[in-house]
Design a protein around this ligand. Structure first.
Ligand SMILES: *Cc1c(COP(=O)(O)O)cnc(C)c1O
Length: 469
């Protein structure tokens, strides 16, 4: 593609992008069936060059209608995967620079901007001063890196050298922890059977006494307690593990303390939510996702550690062809995680933090939490619905509980399906303690109370329809 052609198409695409970011789609989740897209596209690559007009026409005809629109204001599913205009602009520049940011020397500004934004974020969230941050692709990767670091620490490098551990290393989490914990335990070689489920209290948060007992029982059995994974804002219902009490148990037994706040971590920007993060000073590693609730395009995960040397011990490796004159003086972020090649992720976070400022980001988060609070208030007023979340963030979990219905799970599944089918928005579900809960996650930057309450009305209509049936 010649330069003037690129320029012309790029201008046209920016108009398309601005329109898309302004519009609301009729269908947040497409009606696509498996194989629909495959059936419409050729199964061999074109032999000859095609025009951009043709490519773009097919993008609009076959791709867009079969996408799930995560940034529509009626998006209430899972957690948000936000973007924002400044983040999109930064991603355009990142793609244009096309840099490999594996070492300081391979893109000095990328490494140093990453240091800058990680410090900005640390201060804005009032994280412990001694923590040092690095960007990872996802929370799953950051948690795996934490597990690998802890494994090497507890086996004094033996596992990395020989592929075996002299001790049985035990990991502790509740049954509300995200599946990425289970995955990291499995992938890092701890063995799934060494993931100990710690009991929760009635609000689904980790019971620190149960943790202490589980650790003592393992010590008596000759195991080596090693890692505790706590969550601030669990995925199902935003339950919050008591970090300080857990941190004390970790401190007492010399355990690695990993804190996963993938979604809720953004709320640490709000002074009124900081109590949920008290005890973070005990953490060895902490992860949260600006790509969930901080206007920054996927992927962008903030990973903070207390001891970067332990991380480097687990992940550092310098072959001759990557050696540079600066290796002793600068961080080479390829040694701070799994990947060698790294995208320039800091740029979008930098654009977002400058464009909105800390107060702008705080206002946005508060707006989401206020809409969630308003919805919770309505749900609690309704005689046939109840709420099941921590009440702290932008996620509302609810279910209908009419007296005259036997199978509440089937009822609530049909209500969810009715509301999604009415195209008033798109939400998903979870099951906790055997109860089917409808999760309404409010976190898109264009969502207004009108969107939220239209979906709430659709849920009530869903209940009426189910009872009438
Ligand atoms: C979403 C989520 C994750 C996984 O995030 P990825 O960045 O997609 O890996 C991990 N933990 C919690 C608590 C989450 O909500």
């Amino acid at each position: 593609m010649r330069s003037e052609e690129f320029r012309r198409h790029a201008h046209a695409l920016v108009d398309w992008m601005a329109d898309y970011l302004e519009a609301e789609v009729p269908r947040v989740a497409p009606a696509t069936k498996p194989g629909d897209v495959l059936a419409q596209l050729p199964n061999t690559a074109p032999e000859h060059p095609e025009t951009f007009e043709d490519i773009f026409r097919d993008f609009e005809a076959f791709i867009v209608p079969n996408m799930t629109h995560w940034n529509d204001p009626k998006w209430f599913a899972y957690f948000p995967a936000n973007n924002s205009p400044p983040s999109v602009l930064a991603e355009m520049l990142t793609a244009t620079l096309g840099a490999q940011c594996m070492s300081w020397q391979t893109s000095p500004a990328a490494t140093e901007l990453e240091q800058v934004v990680m410090n900005w974020l640390k201060k804005a969230c009032d994280l412990p001063e001694s923590m040092v941050g690095v960007l990872q692709d996802t929370a799953s990767t950051a948690t795996l890196v934490a597990m690998l670091t802890a494994r090497e620490k507890f086996t004094h490098g033996e596992f990395g050298r020989t592929g075996t551990s002299p001790q049985t290393l035990r990991v502790y989490a509740t049954d509300q922890a995200h599946s990425s914990i289970d995955k990291a335990v499995k992938l890092a070689g701890f063995g799934s059977t060494n993931l100990v489920r710690v009991a929760t209290t009635s609000d689904l948060s980790m019971d620190p006494d149960a943790l202490a007992n589980a650790v003592l029982a393992d010590l008596q059995a000759g195991h080596t307690p090693s890692v505790v994974c706590a969550t601030v804002g669990t995925t199902s219902t935003t339950a919050n593990d008591p970090l300080r009490a857990i941190g004390r148990v970790c401190d007492q037994h010399g355990l690695w303390f990993h804190v996963d706040a993938a979604y809720a971590g953004s709320a640490a920007l709000l002074p009124e939510k900081r109590h949920l993060f008290e005890g973070l000073e005990y953490a060895d590693s902490y992860v949260f996702n600006p790509h969930k609730w901080l206007l920054t395009n996927f992927d962008c995960t903030a990973y903070y550690v207390r001891d970067p040397d332990a991380l480097l011990y687990a992940c550092g490796l310098t072959p001759e062809y990557l050696r540079t004159a600066w290796d002793g003086d600068v961080p080479n972020f390829r040694d701070w995680g799994i990947q060698l090649g790294r995208r320039f992720r800091a740029l979008k976070l930098y654009f977002v933090m400058r464009s909105y400022g800390v107060t702008g980001l705080q206002a946005l988060l508060r707006n989401h939490i206020e809409m969630a609070d308003a919805l919770r208030a309505e749900v609690q007023k309704h005689p046939e619905f109840e709420c099941h979340d921590s009440g702290e963030y932008g996620l509302v979990c609810l279910r209908a509980t009419p007296q005259d219905v036997q199978d509440l799970n089937a009822l609530n599944a049909s209500i969810l399906s009715y509301a999604n089918g009415a195209l008033c928005g798109y939400a998903t579900h979870t099951v906790v303690d055997g109860k089917f809960l409808i999760r309404i996650s409010i976190g898109q930057w264009r969502t207004t109370p009108d969107h939220v309450f239209a979906y709430w009305r659709a849920l009530q209509a869903g209940l009426r329809a189910a009872k009438g049936a």
